[in-house]
Design a protein around this ligand. Sequence first.
Ligand SMILES: Cc1cc2nc3c(=O)[nH]c(=O)nc-3n(C[C@H](O)[C@H](O)[C@H](O)COP(=O)(O)OP(=O)(O)OC[C@H]3O[C@@H](n4cnc5c(N)ncnc54)[C@H](O)[C@@H]3O)c2cc1C
Length: 571
Amino acid sequence: MGRLDETLDKFDREVDIGLPEKKHQNGRRADTRMKTYDAIVVGAGHNGLTNAAFLAKAGLDVVCVEKNDYIGGASVSRNLYKDWIYSNCSYVCSLLRPEIYRALELHKHGLQITPYGGSVQFMQNGDYYGSYHDQEVAYREMARFSRHDADAYKRYSADTMRQCRFIRDFLLSTAPDPTSFRPRDILELMHIGGKFWKMGEERMYETIRFWTMSVAEYLDEYFETDVIKAALSGSGIIGTALGIHSPGTAYVLLHHYMGDVDGNVGSWGFARGGMGSVAKAIAGAFQAAGGELRTESGVNQIIVRNGKVSGVALENGDEIQGKLVVSAMDVKRTFLNCMDEKDLPEKFHRRVKNFKIRGSSGKVNIALDGLPTFPALPEGSSLMHSDMHFIDSMERMERAYDDWKAGTWSSDPYIDMVIPTLNDPTMAPPGKHFMSCFVQYCPHKIEGRDWTSEEKEAFGKSVIDQIANYSPDFKDLILHAEIRTPQDIEAEIGITEGNIFHGELTMDQLLFNRPIPGYAQYRGPVDGLYMCGSSTHPGGGVMAAPGANAAREILADLRRPNTVPETFSDD
Ligand SMILES: Cc1cc2nc3c(=O)[nH]c(=O)nc-3n(C[C@H](O)[C@H](O)[C@H](O)COP(=O)(O)OP(=O)(O)OC[C@H]3O[C@@H](n4cnc5c(N)ncnc54)[C@H](O)[C@@H]3O)c2cc1C
């Protein structure tokens, strides 16, 4: 941009005609001296921040507004008890796209991800099934239960990785619109088709089946041992209001395998200092690029004038003007809570209302006075550093879902439990620990009504009791526990029903269908309005891809140079 353009652009943004603040006709304060931002990003979760960072890097004048007095959304670290840091929503990291990590130089802003490995399934008969990173050890452990399964694992792993590698290529790109004749959509469709075609006939059939089948059916094709299937099926239902026998859950499994840590596809890690470190580092990149972050600035309404967005009205009555508004809130909160129905096409509004976003997971975060023991494990077992689970059969997995369907929490829950302080001592005082328990299933409402505090306590107790069945000293070590139902998550983070992915990850809500067919390319139905949260492609998880992809589209619309990396295509 030339100097004159720059001056005009600055004038455009910072126009000050010296008039005093005046009251708007609808009671909001419209400050006429107020500048007009190039973009207002609503929500300082990791996707909003990512979007804001890439826009700011392109030279746009960006403000990111957040309702809470802290940032991060569901990628947050909170100091809720003495010197303990809680990752009180998301707790492990893998999906964060390495291209984004590098482009935003997140290491310079303090982000460190340390890998951890394996998982353990505690069994009711006192035994356990361990899953290890080391392939030899993993084989021997599986063969302890079934040589057939140990032999089948290699095939399972290769087939599942093939599916991962197929989808990974599309994470950092906009889903093509199959109804469009635009060259970029046609080229992208040809790219997907070409990749699919190259798989060969048999694998093409397998892929289509994989995307639509249940995780239980998928695992049945490889394994015969109940505990091994139970161990592997967990990733098919985490965060999902579906059971292991529900169609579409095989894909959800993939959603937990397609990330990587240090280039190891499928590996998971801990963010040093808790998951808030991810959002903090992205916010650092945003601010370093000149972006402005405003907390305690909840948006009440996205303002539309003459068919175009013109800014946002805050809950405190202030207005902020912007040429663009980018919402990182989920699709229901954006369009049903923060916009007027009259500003939206009728069909679009109906589809948003029918978007599936159901709460199915809770969380229990615990400060521990020391490290609990699990007598089933050999002393010094590396499995203490792994994901721990307490359900050993497919029937128990499905029964846990039955409780959710009946409108209550699982009496025998599927818990994904980790002790991050074994890897990251910064999260608790020396010798003490933080334990994160992700709990499936937990409904947004109890039999259609709000939770009572007694029910919330009882939900927490069911989790603590289940762990205590396998760890006799566990209860005595508990110093503080934070119990979170989907309703609490909704109230705090603003995610509708507390759904961790901002909407179910089923085929009808993926790729060009996410969030709404015809609106999958991050543009909203009103001029100047964009979406960049996890309700958009490729969905939830601490991945930062929706935020980045949306920024690329916005910069293209503005004819600005692209600051967003393309995928490495390393697979
Ligand atoms: C309990 C739980 C456990 C999870 N575990 C993991 C995990 O271990 N690993 C993983 O990868 N993923 C996990 N996830 C999923 C992942 O954390 C989310 O999908 C992801 O963080 C969503 O990011 P986002 O930026 O799209 O949205 P959000 O994080 O939901 O951010 C939206 C932001 O918008 C703000 N906001 C809402 N309404 C308004 C408003 N009106 N005005 C202004 N601001 C507003 C919110 O406060 C929030 O900061 C978990 C999620 C939850 C809830």
